[in-house]
Design a protein around this ligand. Sequence first.
Ligand code: SAM
Length: 314
Amino acid sequence: MAGEDAVMATNDDAAQCKRFAVEKGYWQDPYISLLVPKGKANHAPEINKGYYARVTSIRILIQKFVETTNRECQIVSLGAGSDTTYWCLKEQGLNPKSYIEMDFLAVTSRKCQQIKNKKALLDKLATEDGDIMWSKSEVHAGDYHLVSADLRQLSEVVKKLSDCGLDRSLPTLFMAECVLVYIDVKYTDQLIHWISENVPTAMFINYEQVNMGDKFGQVMIDNLKTRDCYLHGVAACQSLQTQKDRFINQGWTGASAIDMLSVYTHLPQADVQRVEKLEFLDERELLEQLYSHYCLVWAHQDPTNVGLKDLSLY
Ligand SMILES: C[S@@+](CC[C@H](N)C(=O)[O-])C[C@H]1O[C@@H](n2cnc3c(N)ncnc32)[C@H](O)[C@@H]1O
């Protein structure tokens, strides 16, 4: 479909930016260099700092979710791309019972190959009997599943989740890091609604654009258009309120949303000070503009009070 290649290419961009920032020392990730080839480009300090805030804040929320549920939980990463969270959590002893990654077939096929070829990645996939089921584009190991699906096709998504053995009675974290913005809200609404109806104890972490109705937002939309990349889901990215409403309107109990400027003030300040010294910024205006156009949203539903209501970045 037109534009799909460009959407998949956004994963390469994100992955390259993350690898570059890791090599600069912004955060630790011993696995990223195994999944992401070294890029040629240098990235500006603003970009590195933006990724730092994104990755660090999402990691904090994931860790809180896993600890709150005593690891009796599942994580589903929608549009996972080259993400390394499964391996990083495992390294820290914070792995959930099951971790499911979903993306377009071309993306999962490549990740499949990379996992197969890298012993350090392969060794972390737990199995009870040593068996891992591989196809060209999918992996099913004991606690790790990588499957292909188009997130716009709800029946396909539901079938793949069931192939992965998703236990709808377990607390489940769904995350979408810079993914929903590429998908028309009629499809993301459907997906968010299905989760609300079918996975009673759930959390959703969504990271993506916000305040897209202004000039800066329009420039971002226009720049991406020139690369045949369309932000079909931008209607939900108008404000922090529209970001929260997309969950509440689909049946979730509560939702919080803060822009990345505020996120930055809620990150562990000793680490922020360390990171501030890594690279010098000529002026903060661009960073502040960038930060005010991205947000972190977390939503919950928790009928048996396992503690998701109180789970927050701060
Ligand atoms: C910007 S990348 C983010 C990757 C990863 N979440 C991260 O933050 O590092 C967006 C990802 O969403 C995936 N994606 C977008 N629309 C999708 C759809 N309709 N179905 C499946 N995956 C999709 C893309 O293929 C890509 O891997």
